[in-house]
Design a protein around this ligand. Structure first.
Ligand code: NAD
Ligand code: UDP
Length: 337
């Protein structure tokens, strides 16, 4: 019998790609989302792409009754917990909303899971929990830090999960994502920012298609290959396959596991802009501006632990990331709107 996975935030950017891969791998999927940063369209497209059915609940994480109903209606084997607010800048302006949504929401979910006897979870954490890294590449044992309310919500949830694991014997995988980019090969699902994008890649593809006039490079005086910020970009499909490997891990091994998901290679802002120029054949206007507050020069993952323990490595390269991002942008100039 196939396993049933509850995917919170399943209509979002990473969640919709995860639902697609889970369905393709013959998992039964139940999705919860309140559409605060997504729309039904992503899920309609997943249905068309896979030709498979899933169950969807338009429910908020903090809605205890709603969660209890889901756990009553379905025999859930594991939860993949994507739902949360994720904009660093916004989190500085709206800390209460971020702690409420991410921390309180997660606590309600964990409580209802415990009540329903569901004790397996894969949690979306982030490289942001490393704060300003002391060295690159960063391994899971590196010192943690946090520079904004969003990062602190991830840090807090990680510790809440560690405490629950100790007290209640849950089986948990915490995945620290580096910089997820790219889109499904079809170009039919992808990242659809509601407003001005916070992240580099959607900004660059929007500039290439003419939605934005130019890209501002946030500082070119870092101690990096060309002075611009270096990040470890990872294709979203590789990232979600890491979740399926994590579910398999939880079938075999008991306890709490933490893995970085990245490629181990750094790409600078200039290199990323050039990659999109090449695949789009568009001239992208670039303006160099000051550093963005709170930014660090270089953040690159050491993902050897995920390779060793999950049997997972990233398969897609920078060209694949650029091509799939551009295909999505070209087919959907206004995202899902
Ligand atoms: P997203 O905003 O596209 O998806 C999150 C989904 O959760 C959305 O569909 C939103 O409507 C839903 N949601 C938010 N709060 C909810 C609530 N209270 N109840 C029900 N649904 C709720 O974001 P994403 O990029 O797909 O990110 C998914 C997860 O991965 C998040 O937890 C994010 O913090 C984490 N993450 C993302 C990145 C990244 O760069 N995209 C990097 C590291 C970690
Ligand atoms: N960046 C940039 N211009 C933008 C957006 C981002 O130069 O419009 C840079 C940013 O300073 C960082 C890199 O691109 O060096 C990745 O930024 P993003 O916000 O996508 O990810 P994060 O900083 O959270 O790793």
């Amino acid at each position: 019998m196939s396993q049933t996975i509850l995917v919170t935030g399943g209509a979002g950017y990473i969640g919709s790609h995860a639902v697609l891969e889970l369905l393709s791998a013959d998992y039964e999927v139940v999705i919860l989302d309140n559409f605060c940063n997504s729309s039904k369209e992503s899920l309609d497209r997943v249905k068309t792409l896979t030709g498979k059915e899933f169950t969807f609940y338009e429910t908020d994480l903090r809605d205890r009754q709603g969660l209890a109903t889901i756990f009553k209606n379905h025999s859930i084997d594991s939860v993949i917990h994507f739902a949360g607010l994720k904009a660093v800048g916004e989190s500085n302006e709206k800390p209460i909303e971020y702690y409420e949504n991410n921390v309180v929401g997660s606590l309600v979910l964990f409580d209802e899971m415990e009540k329903a006897g569901v004790r397996k979870i894969v949690f979306s954490s982030s490289a942001t929990v490393y704060g300003e890294p002391e060295k690159n590449p960063i391994s899971e044992t590196a010192k943690l830090g946090h520079t904004n309310p969003y990062g602190r919500t991830k840090y807090m949830i990680e510790f809440i999960l560690k405490d629950i694991q100790k007290a209640k014997n849950w089986d948990i995988v915490i995945l620290r994502y580096f910089n997820p980019v790219g889109a499904h090969a079809s170009g039919d699902i992808g990242e659809s920012p509601n407003d001005v994008p916070n992240n580099l890649l959607p900004f660059v593809t929007q500039a290439a298609i003419g939605v934005r006039d130019h890209v501002t490079i946030f500082g070119d005086d870092y101690d990096t290959i060309d002075g611009t910020g270096v990040r470890d970009y990872i294709h979203v499909v590789d990232l979600v396959l890491g979740h399926i490997k994590s579910l398999e891990k939880l079938d075999k091994d008991k306890g709490l596991f933490i893995y970085n998901l990245g490629t181990g290679s750094g790409v600078s802002v200039k290199e990323m802009i050039d990659a999109i120029r090449e695949v789009s054949k568009k001239d992208i206007k670039v303006v160099v501006g000051p550093r963005r507050a709170g930014d660090v020069g270089e953040v690159v993952a050491d993902s050897t632990l995920a390779e060793k323990e999950l049997g997972w490595t990233a398969q897609y390269n920078l060209k694949d990331m650029a091509e799939s991002s551009w295909r999505w942008q070209e087919k959907n100039p206004k995202g899902y709107a």
